[in-house]
Write a protein that binds this ligand. Structure first.
Ligand SMILES: [Zn+2]
Length: 101
């Protein structure tokens, strides 16, 4: 068990305490660690959305230009949709591992 300094009043607070005993300020470290799985999941979702959009746009231009049939485009779209919850799950897990450290 370690002691942290309250950012507001400078009192030494146990890292197990959720609030500062003097000024009752919620300890930021606890707050942030609870949010980590959500933060990493949202970041992963945004990055994935951008990547999926770029791949979709590229496929939209490249496939007709190369005279491809439509099925590779459909396959890519399906894979992107199926991959989305999987990627979200790994983003969540990553945040949890970071929290337990
Ligand atoms: Zn304090």
């Amino acid at each position: 068990m370690a002691l942290l300094n309250c950012p507001d009043c400078g009192t030494e607070v146990s890292d197990a305490a959720p609030n500062c005993p003097k000024c009752n300020r919620p300890m930021a470290k606890v707050e942030r660690s609870k949010l980590w799985p959500w933060v990493s999941m949202i970041v992963v979702a945004i990055v994935y959305g951008v990547v999926a959009f770029v791949i979709g746009q590229t496929a939209d231009i490249v496939f007709p230009a190369l005279n491809f049939s439509l099925w590779p485009f459909t396959l890519v779209s399906v894979l992107l949709w199926v991959g989305f919850p999987v990627v979200l799950f790994f983003g969540w897990r990553f945040g949890q591992r970071r929290r337990s450290r």
